[in-house]
Design a protein around this ligand. Structure first.
Ligand SMILES: [Zn+2]
Length: 408
């Protein structure tokens, strides 16, 4: 990926003049509790999914987005474009550790949390949010007009009925795409977060062109570890066609369950960001060592190692939580800190491991381009939403907010 062009950058600057929607309190009313037990394990951060190339596992790359792709998507997208994404949850174990019961109601709340994050709406008890973005970073921040919605119809157009079985999974509740599987199901035994599970995943996934498939499991890699939070793969048309495109997430980290601190709840929002081709803004580890911050390395093959290839997310040497020793109560710790290029880092960026407040304009442009790409562009068409949700999607921001508020 080459450096973002002057033209695109001009567009980003111009768009910064637009009025950003005001945040408002959402209506999630379940209490969020934070575990304080000394016995709890430190959470493990998400990783980018791996893929096998010539017998070796390497970091997934996906369908490369060029600067031209991003600029073209920006030009072609209506200002009030709303993206609605139908989801099916494949749940391996109705309880996972201290997750509490994983049922359709819990996933509705999780989606509400995610949708609020993408739309700049503050979630209750999340102290760091859209309203607390560092003043130096506020003008870079942006929202994506997107709503993730539980599917209501199966691939054949049949309404979902409680008790119906699909490839070993059982529908948990009427009109809700939550499938409950046994933890001994073959794909789960291999580890849904492993590339090696692809063959089994493809047997149970729902059409990746119609649904975003999210897999909820306690042990992501089938290695006995239950503290990994999540793993995602970038848009990749080969995975979409093979039925292996996915987000894999630990049930203990869902909103309303056990998690390290309230900010960490938005890690699922972060995973969905990977699904729309956002990388980490911090540099990755190579052989156990973070690569140092370096200038002018956002382009070409450095994507995923030196920052995220997005113009307005300053490169960071390592993640905020890693730099802070994975301590709790990260509030305000990294606000105003600078990187080696003397740029103020985006401590609150959803794709950092900081406090999960915002995306940037560049990231939103990149997500729109990813959604316009072959691997994702069938999910949100009006035709698909009629098939999977039975609705003709609304397009305006006001209707979308109204729909969100009426959901719980
Ligand atoms: Zn991540």
């Amino acid at each position: 990926m080459k450096r973002i062009t002057t033209t695109l950058f001009s567009l980003l600057i111009a768009s910064s003049l637009l009025v950003i929607s005001c945040a408002k309190e959402s209506s999630i009313d379940d209490s969020i509790t934070t575990k304080t037990s000394q016995e709890e394990t430190t959470p493990k951060p998400c990783i980018i999914g791996q893929m096998e190339v010539n017998g070796q596992l390497v970091d997934h790359v996906g369908d490369v987005l060029t600067e031209a792709d991003i600029a073209a998507a920006e030009m072609a997208t209506k200002a009030d474009q709303k993206y609605t994404i139908p989801i099916v949850f494949h749940v391996f174990g109705k309880t996972q550790g201290s997750s509490g019961t994983l049922n359709a109601a819990r996933f509705e709340k999780a989606l509400k949390w995610i949708n609020n994050d993408y739309n700049g709406i503050s979630n209750p008890k999340d102290k760091e949010n859209w309203n607390t973005i560092n003043s130096e970073r506020k003008n870079f921040s942006s929202t994506l007009n997107i709503e993730f919605v539980m599917a209501k119809f199966d691939e054949k157009g049949e309404a979902l009925v409680k008790g119906t079985k699909y490839n070993g999974g059982t529908i948990e509740s009427n009109d809700a795409a939550v499938l409950i599987y046994s933890t001994s199901q073959a794909a789960n035994k291999i580890g849904l977060g492993n590339w090696s599970a692809n063959t089994q995943i493809s047997k149970i996934s729902w059409d990746n062109k119609m649904y975003m498939n999210v897999y909820i499991t306690h042990d992501l890699y089938a290695n006995g570890g239950t503290n990994s939070s999540g793993v995602s793969w970038y848009p990749d048309i080969k995975m979409t066609k093979a039925g292996t495109a996915r987000v894999v997430y630990n049930g203990e980290y869902l909103p309303g369950g056990k998690y390290w601190d309230p900010d960490f709840t938005s890690v699922i929002t972060h995973e969905f960001g990977h699904f729309m081709y956002l990388a980490h803004p911090f540099n990755e580890q190579i052989s156990g060592t973070f690569v140092p911050c370096k200038p002018n390395l956002k382009d070409g093959g450095t994507f995923g190692h030196y920052g995220d290839g997005v113009e307005d997310t300053p490169q960071m040497e390592n993640s905020s939580r890693t730099a802070n020793g994975w301590k709790k109560n990260m509030a305000y710790w990294g606000h105003g800190k600078k990187n080696c290029l003397n740029e103020i880092i985006d401590f609150g960026n959803f794709m950092n491991y900081g406090v999960y407040c915002n995306f940037t304009k560049g990231q939103v442009a990149r997500m729109k381009a990813a959604l316009a790409g072959d691997a994702r562009n069938t999910l949100w068409t009006a035709e698909n939403l009629e098939k999977t949700l039975g609705i003709v999607p609304s397009s305006t921001l006001d209707e979308r907010i109204k729909d969100l508020d009426g959901k719980l």
